[in-house]
Design a protein around this ligand. Structure first.
Ligand code: PLP
Length: 433
């Protein structure tokens, strides 16, 4: 059999690719993407789609950005990979320095890994070992929030919302942690308005602080758990409670980091420094999988000691991959040189005008709430069924929207133009007309 016969035969049999979060019996065939440029990708059929979600929120520069592509090509020519065990290289060192420079004051140490989930696993292990090394081995559980999403690995599933968080069938397999109610006060709530949420958090800490190593939080925007937004005042209050109860504050900025909430990091809205912070998704502009777990001196220096147990026993094979570090450096340079925060504020103004201020949309009987923060907008409906068909509808308008649960949302690439942003909001609103 010639190669071409074999290829054409295999193209007709179903693909062995098993898709994520897909119901195998009802899934529709996945369209094949052959390329992309700016905020759009192109399908094999020639159809071009404006990506309203920038590929699970990571392709912040859009597709085929010339500077990012060139950075990877140049690095590939020099050094594609080398282990970080006992060795280092220029991109890993430079990126760590850059991350320390741009993150909240005090995060001075960078541990690399290869995905957001693993970055969170690293954060949790770090917190538990920190407490152990300080003579508090009983502080080995996490405190997480309802509506939280921190990743799909076992350790991460155990700190996702245990009821609505899509992992409930694994309950018997997972370790047990503590959960506080999800914050209910909106982004612009003041100190008084977040008090009830903070009281609920305090209650869990008062009861269980002796066994809690860290409070985990997606600051200001609980993303995959339902695009729940809250106030910087809540974050400041949580920081104070962590100090009071000797619990580390871990901020999962995997989704919120790199501009998504309107500041470089969500923590900046509250002027809070976490003890540990996790970055991924936008870190490399989405061009390669990578993550960074940053820690303060207080956390890091606790690992300086004589016993064997002082070593941090973690080391993913691909941590600090030179290609990923190099493209992350280029991504950051473009972010700053091309005034992405300015672009994000332009996108925010359009999202507010087109969605928040659309009284007909907000009054629609199917719509429960409309929320906007930075370059993120969500329309929450009362019943998930009312979003059935929304993706196909948007696709006919040339927009790639992927609703989940009760949320129709956009997290566009920051290079999305005002016209393109309106094309996305028109598709979102159009569904309700
Ligand atoms: C996506 C996400 C993760 C998991 O990252 P992966 O790279 O998919 O493992 C963790 N936390 C948050 C907040 C996320 O949005």
């Amino acid at each position: 059999m010639s190669d071409s016969t074999r290829n054409s035969l295999s193209a007709r049999t179903p693909s062995p690719v098993w898709h994520p979060y897909a119901h195998l019996k009802t899934q529709s065939p996945a369209p094949k993407v052959v390329g992309g440029e700016g905020p759009r990708f192109t399908l094999e059929s020639g159809e071009s789609l404006l990506d309203a979600t920038c590929s699970w929120w990571c392709m912040i520069h859009g597709y085929r950005h010339p500077r990012l592509v060139r950075a990877i090509q140049q690095q590939a020519d020099e050094l594609c990979h080398v282990m970080l065990g006992g060795l280092t290289h220029e991109p890993a060192d430079r990126l760590a320095r850059e991350l320390v420079r741009i993150t909240p004051e005090g995060l001075n140490h960078v541990f690399y890994s290869d995905s957001g989930s693993v970055g969170m696993e690293v954060a949790m292990k770090m917190a538990v070992q920190y407490q152990y090394l300080r003579g508090q081995p009983n502080k080995h559980r996490m405190l997480s929030l309802m509506k939280a999403y921190h990743g799909d690995t076992a350790g991460c599933m155990a700190v996702c919302d245990p009821e609505e968080g899509m992992h409930s069938l694994f309950a018997g397999f997972l370790p047990q942690h503590h959960f506080a109610p999800a914050p209910t006060a909106p982004f612009d709530a003041d100190d008084d308005a977040v008090q009830a949420d903070l009281d609920a958090l305090r209650k869990v800490l008062e009861e269980h602080h002796h066994e809690i190593a860290a409070l985990l939080m997606e600051p200001l925007l609980q993303a995959a758990g339902g695009l729940n937004m809250t106030s910087p005042a809540y974050l400041r209050g949580a920081r104070r409670l962590c100090d009071e109860f000797d619990v580390l504050l871990v901020l999962d900025e995997v989704a919120t980091g790199f501009g998504r909430t309107g500041r470089m990091f969500a923590a900046e809205h509250a002027e809070v420094t976490p003890d540990i912070m996790v970055l991924s998704k936008g870190l490399t502009g989405g061009y390669l999988g990578h993550a960074a777990t940053l820690a303060t001196d207080r956390v890091h220096d606790t690992f300086i000691g004589d016993s064997e147990l002082h070593a941090f026993m973690h080391g993913p094979t691909f941590m600090g991959n030179p290609l990923a570090c190099r493209v992350a450096l280029e991504s950051l340079a473009v972010f700053e040189e091309d005034d992405y925060l300015g672009r994000i504020s332009t996108l925010n103004a359009i999202l507010r005008a087109e969605l928040l201020e659309d009284t007909a949309l907000r009054a629609h009987p199917a719509v429960a709430d409309v929320r906007v923060l930075g370059a993120t907008a969500a329309i929450e409906v009362h019943d998930a069924d009312s979003l059935e068909g929304a993706a196909e509808f948007a696709r006919r308008q040339g927009v790639w929207l992927r609703a989940f649960g009760r949320w129709l949302y956009t997290m566009p690439a920051y290079i999305t133009s005002p016209e393109e942003m309106r094309q996305i909001t028109d598709a979102m609103k159009g569904w309700f007309r």
